[in-house]
Design a protein around this ligand. Sequence first.
Ligand code: C5P
Length: 304
Amino acid sequence: MVEVRAQRASKPVTVRAAAKINLHLGVGRVRDDGFHPLDTVYQAISLHDDVTVEVADEDALTVDGPSHVDVAGVPTDASNIAVRALAEVSCGSRHRVRIVKQVPVAGGMAGGSADGAAALLAHDRLHDLGQPDDVLLAQAARLGSDVPFSLVGGTARGRGRGELVEPIDDAGSWWWVVVPAAVGLSTPEVYRHFDRLRPDAPEQPAEPLDLLAALAGREPVRLARALHNDLEEPAIDLRPELGTLIERGEAAGALRGLVSGSGPTCVFLCDGRDGAMEVVAGLSEHYDVVLPAVGPVAGAHVLA
Ligand code: C5P
């Protein structure tokens, strides 16, 4: 009996997965399946969730994080995306999951997707499955549109509904300042508002050609000009205070501010680390949580 328990109690696996921002988010007219066609450029940045998974007698989930992260807003029942990921892939094993969140909740930074991707990878390593990347990516796409990118990380183009991910060579080191909102925004609600504001949206989403050229140039002023987000208008229409935040960040020295994905987190591209620290100082006069970050960083990876 003792021996069997020792065998089952394989070592917990912790996977770190990053927040994403969209440097370009082209959104087309809603498809018949309710999703919107996207042409996007994702970048993983240095805000992380750490997800620890171990074999247990009963399924269990805990979520922790610093006081500025609304962990109470994360479901701890079967609807949690890490739990859904494990339910999808585990054959009868039970798991204890611990999520330590740094990524804003319902913030437009794919924090939930990060947890889903981390759970898939942790499960693979915990049970020594060694599944090929394409299998993990297909599992990820079933969980959510941004989950495959959370596995891949770095900088990558996303098409389809965001799930078809192609890595982009990005030798730059881009400095960002991140300002989360106290209360999240629902992604479907922002997409629905996009439909109301843009009934004439083209079938094909805008391509990120300027953005790709600017990335290759590794020059932040040029990248700042090329940033683009079709969900910015609906997000600001739903939360007008985001417009004020963007103006303040740019007045504090940011090269460009924009809504991250479906918002309400706003991100500011800065002129290197020194530029980011200036913007942190300026925005901290108005906002409680102002975080510097750098990108690109790695996709989901095992820590221990
Ligand atoms: O794929 P995911 O579960 O993250 O999507 C959440 C919701 O966001 C979808 O149900 C849909 O309302 C909206 N969405 C969309 N078009 C996309 C991605 C997400 O309309 N490409």
